[in-house]
Ligand binder design. Structure first.
Ligand SMILES: [Zn+2]
Length: 296
C-alpha cells in the first residue's frame, strides 16, 4: 500500500503517487447534522457507519491535500479558516488549525504556488485568506495562483435563499480583485490541466460545477473527489447528502466516477473523512462499493 493513515490531529495521512508526494493536513474536525449529511437514508442505517452524538451531529474532517510534484507545491482545499462570525464558529466548533498543520508538516505557505478550490462553500476555501488580528483580509498563500470555477463565484454572488450561508465572499472576492484567483470555465466532459499531472474535471451534483482534482504521475492516478463522495461512509451510489443541490445528478456522477476509479485503481481522497482521508475502492460481493482493506 502506498499510503499511510496517521493518528496525529494535524497531519492525517501521507502517500506517494508516482513521483508525487501527498500530505493530508487537517483544519480540525467540525460537526454537522447527521440527517443533513445522509439525506433520505434512515438513521438506523447511517449511524452504523458514522455515529451521531446526543444532538444528532456527526464528526467530520476538513482535509487539505498538499501535493509536491517535484516542480510545484499544490494545495487542494483550505478548510474553514478564521473568518466565521462568533455565532457560526460556535456552531461548528471551528478549530482554525490549518496554519499550525502546515508548520508541523514543514510546508511554508510561501512555497505554495497553486491553490485549487473544488467549490466555494465556506468549509472548502476558508483559509484562502486570513483575517489578521487587526482585521485585515490577506492571502494565506501569498505566492500562489488560486483556481476556482467561475460558476461557483457567480452562484455565491447570487446569495440565494437555499445556500447563501454557504458562501463567504471574503474567501474569494479579494483574490479575484487582486488578480490572484483564476476563474475556470471548465465544461462537462472537459479535463483542464492546472500544472503537469494535476487537472480538474466537473463532477456536478453537490453544486452545479463541483470540480474533482485528478493527480497523475508515472502511471498512477489519484482523485480528490470532494463533496461528490464526502466520506467513506457515503460510498453507496444513492447515499447522497441533504445538502446536495442536484441529488439525482450526484447518483449518475458517482456511477461515472466508479466506472473509472475502481478498474483503474485510483487512490481516492475524501474531503470530510477525518478517520479515512484516502483509500482504494472495490466492488464487494453484493455489488456495492467498499474501501479495500489496507495490507501493508
Ligand atoms: Zn463540504
Amino acid at each position: 500500500m502506498n499510503y499511510e493513515l496517521h493518528s496525529d490531529d494535524l497531519i492525517r495521512a501521507k502517500a506517494t503517487l508516482g513521483d508525487f508526494e501527498l500530505t493530508v493536513l487537517s483544519d480540525g474536525v467540525y460537526y454537522l447534522d447527521g440527517g443533513a449529511m445522509f439525506g433520505v437514508v434512515p438513521k438506523p442505517l447511517w449511524e452504523k457507519r458514522l455515529p451521531a452524538d446526543a444532538q444528532n451531529r456527526v464528526t467530520l474532517g476538513l482535509n487539505t491535500v498538499v501535493v509536491r510534484t517535484g516542480k510545484h507545491t499544490v494545495v487542494i482545499e483550505t478548510g474553514i479558516g478564521n473568518k466565521l462570525s462568533d455565532k457560526l464558529r460556535g456552531i461548528y466548533d471551528a478549530k482554525e488549525q490549518l496554519p499550525r498543520a502546515f508548520a508541523v508538516a514543514g510546508i511554508r505557505p510561501k512555497e505554495v504556488d497553486v491553490v485549487i478550490n473544488s467549490h466555494l462553500h465556506f468549509d472548502h476555501c476558508g483559509w484562502n485568506t486570513t483575517r489578521t488580528p487587526e482585521g485585515q483580509i490577506i492571502p494565506t498563500f501569498p505566492n500562489a495562483r488560486y483556481f476556482a470555477h467561475r460558476g461557483e463565484v457567480d452562484h455565491g454572488h447570487l446569495q440565494l435563499e437555499r445556500d447563501a450561508v454557504s458562501y463567504i465572499s471574503a474567501n474569494y472576492d479579494p483574490l479575484i480583485e487582486s488578480g490572484q484567483m483564476m476563474l475556470l470555465d471548465t465544461r462537462p466532459g472537459q479535463v483542464e490541466e492546472i500544472v503537469p499531472g494535476i487537472s480538474v474535471e466537473c463532477f456536478p451534483g453537490h453544486t452545479a460545477q463541483l470540480l474533482a482534482v485528478h493527480l497523475e504521475s508515472d502511471g498512477r492516478h489519484g482523485c480528490y473527489i470532494s463533496d461528490l463522495i464526502p466520506t467513506s461512509a457515503h460510498l453507496d451510489i444513492t447515499w447522497v447528502m441533504g445538502y446536495d443541490l442536484y441529488p439525482l445528478t450526484c447518483i449518475e456522477e458517482r456511477k461515472r466516477f466508479y466506472a473509472r476509479a475502481v478498474p483503474e485503481h485510483w487512490l481516492v481522497l475524501f474531503t470530510h473523512d477525518h478517520q479515512m482521508p484516502m483509500g482504494y475502492i472495490r466492488w464487494n460481493n453484493k455489488g456495492k462499493p467498499e474501501i479495500e482493506p489496507s495490507h501493508p
